[in-house]
Each structure stands twice: as structure tokens, then as C-alpha cells.
Design a protein around this ligand. Sequence first.
Ligand SMILES: C[S@@+](CC[C@H](N)C(=O)[O-])C[C@H]1O[C@@H](n2cnc3c(N)ncnc32)[C@H](O)[C@@H]1O
Length: 507
Amino acid sequence: MPTVIARSKRKIEFGDFQTPPALARDVCRTLAKLGVRPATILEPTCGRGSLLEAAAEKFDDADQIVGFDVNPDYVAWTQRQLQRFQSAKPVVVESSDFFETDWPERLAPLSDPLLLIGNPPWVTNSALGGLGSTNLPVKKNSHGLRGLEALTGKSNFDISEWMLLRMIEWMQGRDATLAMLCKTAVARKVLHRGWSSGAAWSATSLYGIDALQHFAASVDACLLLIRSTADSQQVEPTAAVFETLDSKKPSSAIGLRDGSLVADVAAYERYRHLAGRSPIAWRSGVKHDCSKVLELRREGDRFRNGLGELVSLEPQFVFPMLKSSDIAQGKTTTNRWMLVTQRSIGEDTSAIERSAPQTWDYLSRHAELLDRRASSIYRGRPRFSVFGVGAYTFAPWKVAISGFYKRLAFQMIGPANGQPVVLDDTCYCLPCDSEEQARLFSEMLNSEVAQKFLSAFVFWDSKRPITIDLLQRLDLAKLSKQLGVVLPLFKTSSRRNSSQTGQRQLF
Ligand SMILES: C[S@@+](CC[C@H](N)C(=O)[O-])C[C@H]1O[C@@H](n2cnc3c(N)ncnc32)[C@H](O)[C@@H]1O
């Protein structure tokens, strides 16, 4: 393998984005301003040591400096860089794999106050999987990935998240400061985990850093700061969010409230009376994992699929569809269509052969692609199954939102060509019986008060900022009361007439 490729593979595998010395100095200046005065400076993945060096300079009365890295070349480099501090205090920099290190043994002799500083690797386990790398905690974890999933709550996770979750364990009962550069999404997960498990932290905050400038990485990143004392009790789970390392005042505060991570604590507190379990369920669009075969464009009375084939299909399984991008652009019709093989999850698909032979023939011709769908949700299901289907999929009217786009814009969608419009699985919707119902819901959801409530939960830098959990948190019954409108019932026939109740219609 050419050396350049080998080097770049290694860089990815070890999440190797070294902190520029100027940023390292800025981080330490911020820590000093906050009153951090460590006796021990420890960096578990110290790389070329710019943070250790900056900390050694800034905190010159620290008693000892300790660093580890898996890369022996970096260890040798850092030893050289820190040589000049050695006459004043012990400096230990060793080659060690985070996942193999006996941390309790390493940590026990270190005196407090402890500064845990660093910039753990920027890589996910799935990226490592793609590289065939074993730079993972699994090799030491007898429960394998399942144990990790239990710890991180998912099968794709950042290696830094796993490391940080270990580090917060080390802080228990110690006078310690954790100051780590990481993705903001990772920082939030670590805070969420710590707060939910009752970690006794005395203070927490996030300071934005420009990852593009410092690491050429286009991701939201921050300095995560967590402080604990030997006898700290759990304080209100809130972290101040500062735009930059130099910001004097926080721009907002995130926190754990009523079991959920909240993006804007002040807004949440103002609108928390609207929180609850919505009486009407939000639904995801249809999941099929085979867009080349199941997503189509109409050409005359035939359909063109993603493989470029022009095919004839009976009308009963083909529906007009909208994707996330359509919803985000405010489109209510397009020339996209979706072949939806079932009306409900698990429905027997073999009947298609009799009722729609051309459709069955089309599906059978592409069975290889459909049968090859990787997700385990299709295993043991009728052939050509889809997911996220039910009566709601075929509701004539819907209020929809895209999960991916950075706007809380709810869109009314009505039938096209006399057929219900279906959505792809990146969208969410409230199914409605009538246009009137859809109009009322969309006005309620686009109202200022609903937007403010929902915004309190949205982390706009997330991959999918809007989730079904978030939407479900807004209790539509409470919202209708606040707006003074009658909440429509699902069946149009059972809706109360707003004029009879004396409540006004919205807007
Ligand atoms: C993002 S770099 C940061 C390096 C240094 N902390 C800094 O701020 O410049 C991540 C470092 O983690 C090290 N690393 C990756 N996997 C490791 C492991 N399993 N054990 C110890 N160090 C590891 C890499 O060699 C790399 O130096």
C-alpha cells in the first residue's frame, strides 16, 4: 500500500487530528481564568503533546505531568517537547493503548486537583469497521459490542464518547476538571449520560471552537468542561454554552429537564406547561431501503425506476410521494411515486401476484436487490416488505415536516390525483382525515408558541435535528387550550363544533 494512503488510513483509524499549539494555549488560558489550578495534569491520548505543553506552561505550579498515547512516535516527540519541565517536576509520557490501560492503577497515585485535558480521537466505530481497524474498546470488552451498545445506547458511536464516559467515571469523588475538545454532539451525549446517572458535578459548560479552522473538519465542536469536587453533590443539571473560548457571557444553557436533554433551558422553562404525551401520534414516512426499485417517476402511463427502466405497474400499489427535500422546499406535489407493497406491517404480499401481476412480476425481477436489503427489520418478513406503514400512511391529508432540514416548518399535504401522498422515512407526519383538520394542525404547529416550545429541544447541529420523540413531546391538547382552539378528533364525524364550545377558531 502506498505510504501516503497508509498514513491517511492511520490518521482516520486513530482519529488523529492534533491540536494546534495556539488553540492548546487558548484552552489553557480559559481554564486558568476559570480558576483551574491542577496538582496533576493528565492527558490519556496526548498525541504530539500540544495540550500537555500548553498546560505545563500555564499551570507551572502543578506537581506532575502525565501523558499517554498509542502511537510511540508521538510519545517520543512529546517526551522531547516536555523535557524542559522535567527539572521542576516529574513528567511521565508513555506509550499505552487507552483500551488496554489499567486506569484505576494509573489514577490512584495521582494527586488532586486533577486536570484531565485532551482531544480524544475523532472517529466512529463504523468508520473503523470500514477500515478493518481494531482500535475499539470491544477487544477488551467481554460482552463485545452489545456491552458497548448498552453503554453508548447505540451501535454507531464516537470512540471519543466511549473514552469520555470512562473519564467521567474517574472523576467520581475527586477534585477534578475535565477539559476535552470534542464534537458538540459527543459533549451533549456525555453530559446527558452523566446527568441521567446522577453524577455529582459542581459545574459544566461548553465553549464553541471553530473545527474547520483548527482541524479542517466541518463539524460542530467545543471544549467540554466538567468540574467535580471530592464531596460535590449533584447540582441542577445545566451547562452554560459559550460561543467561543473568549466569550464573557453564555449565549444559552442546555440541561436535563424532566428526563430530556433540553437545548434552551430558559425557553423550556417558559413553555414547559405544553410538555406531555401528545394524544395524537406522530408517524414516520415509509421505510423501504431500496429506492432504485421502489421509487419511481411517472412517464405517461408508465414509470421509470432508479435503474433507468421504464415499467408498467397496476395503479393500486403506486402512490404519489414526497421526500424530505420536497417538504423542506414547501412542495406539495412532485412527479415522484412510491411502490408501497403493504397496507400494514407484516401484511402478506403474496396476494399481489393475483391482484397486480405486473407489479408482482416487477418485484420478482428485482428480488435480488430487495432480498439483499441489509437491515434486520426485513428478516423473517413477507417478501418485498416495507416498514412504517399503517392506516396513517394512506390518510388523505397530512401535516408533515422533514427530519433533516434546519427549519421547524410544518406543511399541509393533501391528496394528488385523488390518491393519498406518501412520505419517505426522513419525514414525519400527523395523519388527518380532512383538509380542515390538516389546516388547523398546521396552524397550531406553526404558531409562535409551538415553535418556541419545540425549539427549546432542537439541537440544530445534529444530523437529524427533528425527531419523532421531539414532536411527540408537544402535547397538542395543551397547545390547543393555550391557543383557544378545539382540538380536532381523528374522525371528522366526532369533531366538536368550535362555535358550540364558544372557543374561537385559530387565527
Ligand atoms: C485527536 S488526536 C489528539 C492528540 C492530542 N491529544 C492533541 O490534542 O493534539 C487523538 C490522539 O489519540 C491517539 N489515540 C487513538 N487511539 C488511541 C488509543 N486506543 N489509545 C491511546 N491513544 C489513542 C492518537 O494517536 C492521537 O494522537
